[in-house]
Design a protein around this ligand. Structure first.
Ligand code: IMP
Ligand code: MG
Length: 187
């Protein structure tokens, strides 16, 4: 396969980990699986994207789904001083829709320590949804600090920082069409 040229500004990026065609094919497969599983959901399916990283994945996934669904978003943040140890997560922006009796599918860009999705799934379970599942585009199983099993996983990746297709490093590189590995940043 011809290597994909990186734009010149991206000297921080070491390689393309997942190219755009591979992402598109996998998103299609995920949509087929979700369509199959939610055939009976009677239009009560809601995709809840976790901002900001999931916005491109959610847009693509949503457009590949045949099953009727609505979309909503939440925004979360980790307490900066304690996230590595306790993973304290707080809600910055909640959903607009009431999740009670809805089939809720959380759409997340990447599962890392597991703290975000552990927090979110507990928070959403308390709202009595008809069902609650999670789809993550990327999973870094080696980084897990708290057990969490998503219902759908796009790709398992190694313990490296990745950007592109919605994912950022300090708000940069979100709009790359592929997922790239970053070079370690000097601190
Ligand atoms: P967790 O709570 O550690 O599972 O954190 C997941 C969140 O950390 C994701 O939603 C991302 O916002 C962020 N994150 C983790 N790894 C990466 C990465 O490699 N690139 C970009 N964001 C990441
Ligand atoms: Mg995220």
């Amino acid at each position: 396969m011809t290597p994909i040229a990186l734009p010149p500004l991206t000297k921080d990026l070491s390689r393309v980990l997942i190219d755009a065609d591979t992402i598109a094919r996998r998103v299609n497969e995920l949509a087929l699986a979700i369509d199959r599983d939610y055939r009976e959901s009677k239009e009560n399916l809601i995709l809840v994207g976790v901002l900001k990283g999931s916005f491109i994945f959610l847009a693509d996934l949503s457009r590949k789904l045949n099953v009727k669904h609505s979309i909503d978003f939440i925004s979360l943040s980790s307490y900066p001083d304690s996230s590595e140890i306790t993973g304290n997560v707080r809600m910055i922006m909640d959903t607009r829709e009431n999740l009670e009796n809805k089939h809720v599918l959380i759409v997340e860009d990447i599962l890392d320590s597991g703290f975000t999705l552990d927090y979110l799934s507990r928070n959403f379970e308390a709202r009595n949804p008809a069902s609650l599942k999670t789809v993550v585009l990327l999973d870094k199983p080696q980084r897990r600090k708290i057990p969490f099993k998503p219902d759908y996983i796009g790709f398992e990746i190694p313990d490296v920082w990745v950007v592109g297709y919605g994912l950022d490093y300090a708000e940069k590189y979100r709009t790359l069409p592929y997922i790239a590995q970053m070079n370690p940043v000097d601190c």
